[in-house]
Ligand binder design. Sequence first.
Ligand code: GAP
Length: 442
Amino acid sequence: MTVDHKNPELMEKIVSLCKRRGIIFQSSEIYGGINGFWDYGPYGSRMKRAVEQLWWGEMVETRHNVEGLDSTIICHPRVWKASGHLDKFGDLMCDCRSCKARHRVDQMEDQTACPNCGSKDLTEPREFNLMMKTYVGPVSDEEHIAYLRAETCQPIFIDFNQVRVATRQKLPFGIAQIGKAFRNEINPRNFIFRSREFTQMEMEFFCEDAESMEWFNYWKGERIKYYREKLKFTEDIIRIYEHEKLAHYAKAAIDIEFLFPFGWGELEGVHHRGTWDMSRHEEFSGTDLQYIDHDNNRKVTPTIIETSVGLDRTMLALLCNAYDEDTADTKKEGQETDVRIVLRLPAKVAPIQVAILPLSKKLAEGGEKLYKDLSSRFRSEYDETGSIGKRYRRQDEIGTPYCITFDFESAQDNAVTIRERDSMNQERVNVTQLREYFDTHI
Ligand code: GAP
């Protein structure tokens, strides 16, 4: 490793690599871009789906007590009144009268001067609501205002009865959802760390209040284990921040933080939400959301433990952790430059898991056949253009863990060379063994 992960320059390198290789880039770039919105390109979208799938597998597919949901982005506007978002969800902001920049007051080191131009001519701080507004139907008036959801968990609370009845789940059980959330952030920044449109992966676990702290600790443990074992984040780059100030209804809250190049930042929150959400939606909707405990003949308002993580922040953390510049052995593969940029991503989330590279265009038929065999099972790419060394470098830059070279001997001995990204070691494997090889290694 030659890269210091606390180095702010690392961020610039990652942003530039992401743009150059079609991983993530500014939305609407040909119109000058739109601040706080990012597009995931061919490699980014594949990686994003893989991360999403990993989380879904971990949180839903392998747990009989967690159900999935895919709700709408726009809900009844009263949902956001009940949740408190319309009244309280905002930041204090002020404007600089000189340069017209707008700032979040809590992020200003010196709250009397503009961080942009130094002017002291600032407006009084005022509340700024982060909910994004739209109109539903043909009339754009007060009555038809609706909001894009600011978090994916609210639809989970309001669909609680539907899911419970359909699945016959009993307390304790969870409902999980992955989807877009929108916040009109005053200062979107740090690439995809804080944007205005982003994806959340949230799980709300409904339980008895008496058992809630046990479940809180359970989910905290599960989530840390996930980062260590599945995303391969080592102890030095993740830490727990325990909230000191808690909401009046909560018994505990922690953030799982990641060491980004710009410092520690929140990746995920594990929150004890008490009975607040269910009580508020009962009050505002007039619908009974209590759980009937038939065994003990009583009604319970479930207490909620939440795990909430941003998919985009997970992507950024993975990219920061994976980025490396390697000077070892680069000449071995016939390269002129002595620096190799490599994303050391876990194979499970790499955009491409196997690249098939015929040594010559004359070997296209064999290479294409391999691609056909492997691409139904592993994220694969076929590339026959350029020198083999350059093709390896391209794959290193997008984090491909395995490259297969199909050479002139392959047609004779039915074997290919597999080159491993991190060690750059090569081994000869029979084509009939390839699926098994990758099943074990990926
Ligand atoms: N339901 C609880 C909730 O939404 P949050 O701390 O506001 O809590 C949860 O958000 C997670 O969503 C954060 O830990 C972060 O990963 C992600 N997130 C929040 N705001 C974001 C933004 N503007 N851009 C990208 N990700 C964001």
